[in-house]
Design a protein around this ligand. Sequence first.
Ligand code: ADP
Ligand code: MG
Length: 252
Amino acid sequence: MALLETRNLTKEFGGLQALQGVDIEIAQGELVSLIGPNGAGKSTLINVITGMLDSTDGQISYAGTDLVGLDPYEITQLGIGRSFQTASIFPGLTVRENVEIASFATEHGSFSVNFFRRRDSYGEVQDRATELLDTIGLDDEADTAATELPYGDKRRLEVAIGLATDPELMFMDEPTAGMSPQETDMTVELIRDLLDEWDMTIVLVEHDMDVVFDVSDRVFTLHRGQIIAKGTPTEIRDDPAVREAYLGGESE
Ligand code: ADP
Ligand code: MG
């Protein structure tokens, strides 16, 4: 059974059909990459699933629960996380404080539907922050002001803030955008850790095709709001429709 499944998922912005009948299913433990040209609807798909945007039509189910109509915090508490944008980093706080706030707010900010995930003491919040900073390789920068981090470290701090909510499924929207090759390598390593050691399920939006073909179990291609291909990296690489829509002209 799929962990996450959408049926006929549709999103209109005024007259624009940003998503047109999207059907996807993602199994527990998979890494699925979403690719497609700019404006294809990748971020919209993530925003609709995570409740940041209301869908126009269609179904979304996560571990048997219907997500349509739920608020973002309810979806977070069901175990779906996302790596946030830089705007979610609190500029006045240290790296560690940023992760602690995210961890604490998840558990205490609104009522928690999952008591087993609850951290009741500040000590537990601190332990969790230490673990997360270690995972993303920022343990040496714990007491640095978050704003002073280099760009790549800031992006990985966003991932840690996303992880602070204890997700089982994590959406990562262009986590390597603007990174140096070395920062990209560190991020790929982090993604592998999340899959192998944390048993997570990941949906990755990524423009670097080397990264996509390297880490993905399956790749879904969106084009003008529609899924035009789903398959293994090899199948997608050789798919004529994908090459036409996306790879052709851009790579090589
Ligand atoms: P991608 O992430 O694949 O580049 P997006 O999901 O951001 O694409 O955008 C898909 C389409 O929806 C684009 O045409 C974009 O301009 C439009 N769009 C995205 N968000 C909004 C919004 N909040 N209001 C109106 N149009 C939007
Ligand atoms: Mg996008």
